[in-house]
Design a protein around this ligand. Structure first.
Ligand code: ADP
Length: 587
């Protein structure tokens, strides 16, 4: 128990107040008791004096000092007080405490205050210290009707009063000691109980401060301390509720931010990161965006840093396009804005990765340019030959027939191109519904080969079909697979030299059927393998045109296989020639 502690102070206060109150009570009780005692003694001494006076008046004496002194001695024997007879001239003529010889030496008593009062009013009462006896004496003087005695005086030492009062004081002291002991005990008990409650409430408050609201203080006291505990519990409950709300809000914000494609970085007024979502981490320095770090560590790009700096100064800077230093192929648009919540300023940076958008835009532009170019080439040829036919000097019939044949071929090419473009557009727009049905691959292969019989014959090529075990049937949209395979075989016929063999095979894979189209042609340069499925991409433009290709065939194949749930890849065979592999899921 420290001296300054609540327990010590409560103990001191309660005990101190009790002690002062008890001592005051003792003093207040003692004073009237002493006065009461004195009054009682005074009353009995007055009565005794009256009795002594009556006795003196009843019993006649011869008036001599001897007789009067004897009378005084006799009356004095009946009372504990000293009896003195005083003559009208003030001389003592009888005294129960002095013998005759001593009477002579006594001084004149006529001027004693009690004697003077008795002469004046018939009776005088006086209390004063007697040097002879060494204690307080109570004097009662009474005027009597007697020939030789004017005043009868009785004197009583007050030692009795002091003795009685001492006894009362002893009892009072004992009572006071017991009361003080009880007060001390009670003070100690209440200080312990109070300290225990305060300690419990303090422990709960510390727990609340640490964020643990699991158990309330539960102090049932109706006093101020109980009120403090209840207010503390209410506060904790309210705080807990608000913290839950805050946590929910934060979780909601984090969920929204996590689901965003845009990168979001929020910094406080000092430029320290408060929040950064995964998208922002992907676009900026992943390890630099930890909360608490300065944004300069996370956003290393100087322009973006400057932009955030301006936003922190309350400005709204223009959006900025940049490429991250560690990934220059990407294009990101950054926007920053000041964040002015109540009392706290900061800034928010939003990063939008537009690489794909840019890519798509470039592809669209390339596509339009390619389509225009592809259409213009045959159109220019047709125009030229038509003009030649319309010439003032018409070509000879043989020449004219050749021109018309070229015009027809170019028109055909345009028609194929438009047809392929429309098909691609339909496939990309998802306008071709997939209608799967059990399909026999052997039959499908035969159909494709039969349709291309004329071209095969023209080049002296042949197609070998192989259907592996368990790969004869497939639940698939036969028409779409047919179109894809026909395209691949057409390419093989076009690019492989005459008199070569094309192999069309199906094999069972793990949960899939793998269809391959292999030829014995020149194959595809490794650098072009990844690009031949792009629209209008050709390894050798002249050769492709010559073969009548539109440059869209493989692109259509890729889309067809894609909507069938499979994938297509191109590779070169070790023995030479290209091989296209179509993997389709089998059920
Ligand atoms: P194209 O109409 O030009 O054939 P495709 O999209 O069908 O267009 O093919 C794209 C390019 O891929 C072709 O121009 C050609 O260079 C190459 N290619 C396709 N199939 C083969 C193959 N079997 N052998 C060699 N090259 C091929």
């Amino acid at each position: 128990m420290t001296f300054g502690g609540l327990r010590a102070r409560t103990l001191l206060a309660v005990f101190g107040v009790s002690a002062v109150a008890l001592m005051l009570a003792a003093v207040l009780i003692a004073i009237p008791i002493r006065a009461q005692l004195l009054r009682a003694i005074e009353r009995s001494l007055v009565a005794e004096t009256r009795l002594a006076a009556a006795l003196l008046q009843e019993r006649p004496t011869d008036g001599s000092v001897q007789a009067l002194d004897r009378e005084a001695d006799q009356i004095g024997a009946f009372t504990a007080a000293r009896v003195t007879f005083i003559a009208p001239d003030g001389h003592v003529v009888g005294d129960s405490a002095e013998d005759l010889a001593a009477l002579e030496k006594l001084d004149n008593h006529g001027t004693r205050p009690e004697v003077l009062a008795a002469r004046r009013a018939g009776m005088g009462v006086e209390r004063r210290f007697s040097a002879t006896v060494g204690t307080d004496l109570l004097y009662v003087a009474l005027a009597v009707r007697h020939a030789d005695v004017e005043i009868v005086r009785l004197a009583l030492p007050l030692t009795d009063v002091d003795d009685q009062f001492r006894a009362v004081r002893r009892s009072l002291l004992l009572a006071l000691t017991v009361a003080l002991g009880s007060a001390l005990g009670l003070a100690w008990l209440s200080s312990v109980l109070l300290a225990r409650r305060v300690d419990t409430i303090a422990a709960v408050a510390r727990r609340y401060a640490a964020g643990d609201f699991s158990a309330p203080a539960h102090d049932q006291g109706g006093d101020e301390l109980g009120t403090v505990a209840r207010v503390l519990d209410d506060t904790a409950r309210e705080l807990g509720r608000r913290m839950t709300e805050l946590a929910q809000d934060r979780a909601r914000v984090e969920a929204i931010l996590a689901g965003m494609l845009e990168g979001v970085i929020v910094v406080n007024a000092e430029g320290r990161i408060i929040l950064a979502n995964d998208a922002a981490r992907r676009m900026a320095q992943p390890d630099g965006l930890l909360p608490g770090r300065h944004y300069v560590e996370g956003v290393r790009h100087p322009d973006i840093g400057a932009m955030l700096g301006r936003a922190l100064n309350g400005q709204t800077p223009e959006g900025l396009e940049f490429s991250p230093l560690r990934d220059p192929n990407r294009t990101i648009v950054a926007r920053a804005a000041p964040l002015a919540a109540e009392g706290a300023a900061g800034a928010v940076l939003v990063l939008h990765d537009i690489t794909d958008l840019r890519h798509a835009d470039r592809m669209r532009r390339d596509f339009v340019a390619n389509v225009s170019h592809e259409l213009r080439t045959p159109l220019t040829a047709i125009q030229g030959y038509v003009e030649a036919l319309q010439d003032e000097v018409p070509p000879d019939p043989g020449e004219a027939a050749r021109f018309l044949e070229i015009i027809a071929r170019q028109a055909n090419r345009m028609e194929r191109l438009v047809r392929d473009l429309l098909r691609l557009a339909r496939l990309e727009a998802g306008q071709e519904p997939v209608e799967p049905a059990p399909t026999n691959l052997e039959t499908l292969f035969t159909e494709v080969v039969t349709e291309l019989e004329a071209s095969l014959e023209a080049k002296g090529q042949r197609v070998v079909t192989e259907v592996g075990p368990g790969a004869g049937w497939l639940h698939v949209d036969a028409a779409k697979l047919h179109d894809a395979l026909r395209n691949l075989v057409e390419n093989a016929i076009a690019y492989a030299p005459p008199s070569t063999t094309i192999t069309l095979a199906s094999n069972r894979g793990d949960g899939e059927v793998v269809v391959t189209v292999a030829d014995e042609g020149p194959g595809i340069p490794a650098a072009d393998l990844s690009r031949i499925f792009e629209r209008f991409y050709r390894v050798d433009k002249a050769r492709s045109r010559e073969s009548g290709g539109t440059g869209l065939g493989l692109s259509i194949v890729k889309h067809l296989v894609g909507i069938l749930g499979g994938e297509v890849k191109a590779a070169n065979r070790p023995s030479g020639g290209a091989i296209f592999t179509v993997r389709l899921p089998s059920r």
